[in-house]
Design a protein around this ligand. Structure first.
Ligand code: HAM
Length: 428
């Protein structure tokens, strides 16, 4: 579990801000749920035999001897909350998003933490007559658009359809899968032999090379062929998300039991061994299993640590993008009123999406020294209020890269100049 320190916390704020503006503009509403939930919520939804429930949950007895768990993911918490507060009565199809910390006791390595953060989105109860993959299309497109909005490049989606394996015909399909693995039982690792009886799909989580070879050779077309609707979904995505690669992968079953239809994962070449940036899929039975009405749903979650790792390698990086909007705001007179003007202007700049830096306790520095500091902090502009500016109720605006200097006769003029100039920057 990691601290997020100054220098890094700004990047997190940047990403959180981007998340809010993206999902807010697409009519998703934010939901925040508690970190602690009754353990049963996760065992029932994620599944007893999954690695998450079996090996990775932080579970303990609280003071009332109730078994509690620190959420390993939020889809189940969102379902619990939507049902508990009757949100389906006030909205036929809520679209929700969230950000926050999740907890899994995995073996830590680069990109794999015990406390990590996710951005997630869920489309709840959204259906369209005759188009079973309509909401899946919207959610996958939203994920691709969000990554594009953040300028994440070389995005690869892997998709699979679990409709037959986990849907109405599940028993037949799973029996066929079991028969296939039974025939090759000698080549299976011991964990997979255990899973064969408990939950055949969990064999697909195995990393053992011999088992992986068996998994690759499952006769899928005989056991569970792709439907025409699923193939149409993939074609629409290919058409409408240029620059994104979509691959079909029959071995993708995902490590959570609640999926009943399309599942997908996003990988990024910029990540190392832990290359899954995001994952999601359709889960149509979760709400019923938690005691609610039949509620078809689809959603995804993105790992924020991994996303920031990818963004760091991007050009322009998050820091470069932030620096283009970083403004050093400076009072060059030792006067309380002027300093107040500067602080108020900085606050409004912040509200407008800029990143102001207001130096304090530095009245003894010369303008040149201030500008050096501003440059070092990565600011693109300095906004200065000295005696002359204060008399005219205006501001001097200095581009710290070109050294060009202009005068703005009012705060309004200053803001529109800054907006124009930062928009011209190739970094934004
Ligand atoms: P998940 O695939 O378990 O899905 O997690 C989503 C993402 O969270 C992963 O792709 C990864 O980027 C990140 N992540 C997971 N574990 C760790 C870890 N230990 N350290 C760092 N990052 C990690 C879900 O959680 C589902 N709730 C997705 C979903 C939403 N399905 C439907 N709706």
């Amino acid at each position: 579990m990691e601290d997020i320190l100054p220098g890094d916390s700004e990047k997190w704020q940047w990403l959180e801000k981007k998340t809010r503006s993206f999902f807010g503009s697409r009519s998703f509403c934010e939901i925040r749920t508690p970190i602690l939930e009754p353990t049963e919520l996760f065992t029932r939804s994620i599944g007893e035999t999954t690695d998450i429930v079996h090996k990775e949950m932080y579970t303990f007895k609280d003071r009332g001897e109730r078994s509690m768990t620190m959420r390993p993911e939020m889809t189940a918490s969102v379902a619990r909350s939507v049902l508990e507060h009757g949100l389906l009565k006030t909205s036929k199809a809520p679209a929700l998003y969230y950000t926050g910390p999740m907890f899994r006791a995995e073996r830590p390595q680069a990109g794999r933490k015990r406390q990590f953060h996710q951005i997630g989105a869920e489309l709840i109860n959204l259906t369209r007559e005759g188009e079973p993959y309509y909401a899946d299309f919207l959610i996958i497109k939203a994920l691709a658009d969000f990554l594009e909005h953040l300028r994440v490049k070389n995005v690869r989606f892997r998709l699979n359809d679990l409709t037959l394996i986990n849907g109405a015909q599940a028993e037949t399909v799973r029996a066929q899968l079991r028969a296939y693995f039974e025939n090759h039982k000698n080549a299976l690792d011991p964990d997979s032999v255990y899973r064969l009886d408990k939950n055949v799909l969990r064999i697909f989580d195995s990393k053992i090379p011999e088992t992986r070879a068996l998994i690759r050779n499952v006769p899928w077309d005989a056991i569970s062929p792709y439907s025409a609707d699923f193939k149409a979904l993939v074609s629409s995505l290919e058409l409408l998300c240029p620059g994104v690669t979509f691959e079909l992968d029959r071995t993708l079953v995902r490590g959570l039991d609640y999926y009943t239809g399309v599942v997908f994962e996003v990988a990024s070449g910029a990540l190392g061994a832990q290359d899954a940036l995001a994952g999601g899929g359709r889960y149509d039975r979760l709400y019923e299993e938690l005691g609610g009405p039949a509620t078809p749903c689809t959603g995804f979650s993105i790992g924020m640590e991994r996303l920031l790792m990818v963004l760091d390698k991007n050009s322009p990086s998050v820091h470069e993008q932030m620096n283009a909007k970083k403004i050093y705001v400076l009072a060059m007179v030792d006067d309380v009123l002027v300093q107040n003007d500067v602080r108020n202007a900085a606050m409004r700049l912040c509200e407008q999406g800029f990143y102001p830096i207001v130096p304090f306790e530095v009245m003894n520095l010369s303008l040149g020294e201030h500008l050096k500091r501003a440059h070092k902090a990565g600011a693109a502009f300095a906004v200065i209020r000295g005696d002359t500016e204060a008399q005219k109720n205006g501001w001097t605006l200095k581009n710290l890269n070109t050294r060009e200097q202009t005068f703005a006769g009012s705060e309004k003029e200053l803001f529109s100049m800054l907006t124009l100039k930062t928009e011209e920057s190739h970094l934004l």
